[in-house]
Structure formats: structure tokens, C-alpha cells
Design a binder for this molecule. Structure first.
Ligand SMILES: *Cc1c(COP(=O)(O)O)cnc(C)c1O
Length: 377
């Protein structure tokens, strides 16, 4: 059970507690899953560490011994460099046109995904008169980032034309469906990645995102590359999540209303009371990242929150700044104005809220609002 910060001194309507101890434990757990001891575990901290705060997350992981980080873009990379002067930092967006000098100045390693990017990075290196490090990404099925596998030979030739300019420190590819064990595309992607790697003997490789770490094929290579699982998302196909929850979100009860059968609640009256019902309005809504798609109608349940240890369903439409809960079954003392409703925590994880909203847990995390008070433990 996580010991949470006491919210009583919080005057914001929501309190987001980020359990960095659990996050570091998740990183250690993933690192321990590596197929052998030589394999390193990186951390993907793009999008403000999946909404939980790039600086506190990186500081905690660096203190725990994490030496390799992946960010999405240059600005995230520059922040990562200020936070961790010694770490290896890969920028997944690669070299955006003209960004070579700034990437080099911050000692960032772009993840190169085309011959044009190889050329631009080599040009930056030539201009600076020193070799520059980079990763090379092979696209084995996403058709999103990376060189097509058939261009592996051309990429090797291009790098050979620029001797001493670009030093490859990592070969990468990314799974389409690593959460689906047994999907034929996983084996095909691994085979295609292995075929591209043959052109680059002795360069370390990385393929496994969070759920890739758990694939029966164990495509761990030299470096694991998890993001979601670090932050408490479930990387497995089982409902039992092996990761510890990291994001704990509690929202204040602002008002209560007792309604009779037949009365409605919320915009467009999409919910109607079936029994004498006690409603509580809490102070967070879709502007705080709680999806409208978690709204509840009488024929379609939506999200839920824990009040006084009791699961209380959302009622009606999620509003911009508020959600109505049915707290009829919750202890009266806990469900009064000033009480707290737990939206995310030990009982309700990001995957459950996402499932009830028809979105993915990654989206729940990365949209967590800016209006919450934040505590790091
Ligand atoms: C986001 C990302 C990851 C991390 O994926 P998770 O599913 O969050 O573990 C790894 N590799 C690449 C290329 C990514 O874009």
C-alpha cells in the first residue's frame, strides 16, 4: 500500500501524487527481466515523462543508475541534458532540418531514420570537425519512423562514405503490436530487424518497448526501452498488472445533492436516477484530462472513483471542470463537501480508467491536467 501525501493542506481541487519510489521500483523490475546481465534498461521520458514530470522522473531514475534516456524532440533533449550531464540521450524525432547544431551542442544522439538524416548529421559532424553519435532506426512495419529494411545496405554504404563522421551507437526498431503475444507480425518484425542488423556488425541493438520486454520471443537485444510500464501502465496481456501504480489522483468533493427517482443529472440529462440517490460533484473534468468518453448513461457505465473505500460510479456527462459521482453507497463522512474521491491509485489504475473511457492508458497519463497540485514522493 502506498503511503500518500496528506491532502489536507491542499487548496487545489485535485491532488496528483507521483510515487517516484514505485516508478524506480518498476524500472528495476523491468531491468531485472532482461534476458541476461549485459542488457541495459533505458527509460523513455518523452512527453514530459508521460505527463508525470520529466525533471523529477529523470532525477529519480538517474539517481537509481539509469544511464540512457529517450526523448521525443530537441526541447525535451535539451532539458534532459541539463538534468543529466553524463547520461546518453536519444532523440526519437531524429535530426529535424537545421537542428543538427543544437543537437550536437547538447550532446544529444538523434535517432536517424532516413538517408537524408544520415547526410545531415554527417554534415554537422564535418562542420564541427568531430565525430557525432547517433542511433539508426529501421522501420519493420510501423511505416512511421525509420529506414525501410531494404535500405539497410544503402545506409551502411552512406555511412562508409562519411568515415569518422557519424558513429552508430545503437540500432533500433519498434513493434507494431507487442501487446499481442502470438501476433505473426512480431516474429516477422524481429526477423526483418535481424536482417538489417547484419549490415552493422557490433552495433548494439534495441527493440523492446514496455510490452516488448514481456514478449515470449524475448527480443531484448542490448537495451530495453520501456516507457509506459515505468509509469504504472500494464505492459502485459493479463488484467493483473505486474507494475506498481505511480500516478495517484484525488479530487475534492465540492458539493452534494440528494435526488429522487426520475430526476436527471448533468448536461443533456443523459442519466436518470433509478433510486433515491446521493450525488457528489468533484472538482476535475475534461479540462483536467478526464475524458468525456468516461461519461455514464443509464445504459452505459462510465468511469468510477473511490470514496471512503467504496467504488462510486460517474453519473451523466463529464463536464469541463467537474464530474458527478453516485456516492449513495459511500460512508457519509467521506462523501461530504471537502472529502476526496480517488480517480487513480491502488484500486483504479490508468488502464481501468482508460478502458472505461475507450481510450488507452498512455492517453490518460499524458493528458493529466496542469491544474492539479502535484506532490512527488
Ligand atoms: C514511446 C516509445 C517507446 C516506449 O514505448 P512504451 O510502450 O511506452 O514502453 C519505445 N520506443 C519508441 C521508438 C517509442 O516511440
Amino acid at each position: 500500500m502506498t503511503i500518500l501525501h496528506d491532502p489536507s493542506d491542499t487548496h487545489e481541487s485535485g491532488l496528483l501524487t507521483v510515487d517516484l519510489t514505485a516508478m524506480v521500483a518498476n524500472w528495476r523490475q523491468l531491468a531485472a527481466m532482461a534476458a541476461d546481465r549485459r542488457i541495459d534498461c533505458a527509460a523513455v521520458v518523452k512527453a514530459d515523462a508521460y505527463g508525470l514530470g520529466q525533471a523529477p522522473v529523470m532525477n529519480a531514475l538517474a539517481a537509481a543508475g539509469c544511464r540512457t534516456f529517450f526523448v521525443a524532440n530537441l526541447a525535451e533533449g535539451e532539458l534532459a541534458r541539463r538534468l543529466t550531464p553524463e547520461a546518453t540521450i536519444y532523440v526519437l524525432d531524429g535530426v529535424t532540418p537545421g537542428a543538427g547544431d543544437r543537437l550536437a551542442a547538447a550532446n544529444l544522439r538523434p535517432v536517424l531514420g532516413s538517408l537524408a538524416e544520415i547526410d545531415e548529421w554527417a554534415q554537422t559532424a564535418r562542420a564541427l570537425g568531430r565525430p557525432l553519435d547517433a542511433a539508426l532506426h529501421f522501420d519493420t512495419g510501423m511505416n512511421r519512423f525509420g529506414l525501410p529494411v531494404r535500405e539497410a545496405g544503402a545506409a551502411a554504404a552512406r555511412l562508409a562514405e562519411n568515415p569518422g563522421h557519424v558513429r552508430l551507437t545503437l540500432l533500433m526498431s519498434h513493434f507494431v503490436s507487442s501487446q499481442l503475444h502470438g501476433a505473426p507480425i512480431n516474429a516477422r518484425q524481429i526477423a526483418d530487424f535481424d536482417a538489417s542488423r547484419r549490415f552493422f556488425p557490433n552495433v548494439p541493438a534495441s527493440m523492446a518497448n514496455s510490452s516488448g520486454v514481456f514478449l515470449p520471443e524475448r527480443p531484448h537485444y542490448d537495451l530495453l526501452r520501456p516507457g509506459y510500464a515505468l509509469y504504472g501502465g500494464n505492459p502485459t496481456t493479463h488484467p493483473d498488472n505486474p507494475m506498481r501504480p505511480v500516478a495517484h489522483l484525488r479530487v475534492r468533493i465540492l458539493a452534494t445533492h440528494d435526488v429522487l427517482p426520475g430526476e436527471t443529472a448533468g448536461y443533456d440529462a443523459t442519466w436518470t436516477a433509478q433510486r433515491p440517490t446521493r450525488l457528489a460533484t468533484i472538482g476535475a473534468g475534461y479540462a483536467d484530462g478526464l475524458p468525456v468518453s468516461a461519461s455514464a448513461r443509464i445504459d452505459k457505465p462510465g468511469g468510477a472513483a473511490i470514496v471512503g473505500g467504496v467504488r462510486c460510479p460517474f453519473v451523466g456527462r463529464v463536464s469541463m471542470d467537474s464530474i458527478i459521482l453516485d456516492v449513495t453507497d459511500a460512508p457519509l463522512a467521506a462523501s461530504q463537501r471537502g472529502g476526496w474521491a480517488e480517480i487513480l491509485g491502488d484500486s483504479i489504475g490508468v488502464d481501468e480508467l482508460a478502458g472505461r473511457a475507450g481510450v488507452i492508458g498512455y492517453e490518460i497519463l499524458t493528458r493529466l491536467g496542469r491544474r492539479y497540485a502535484r506532490r512527488y514522493i
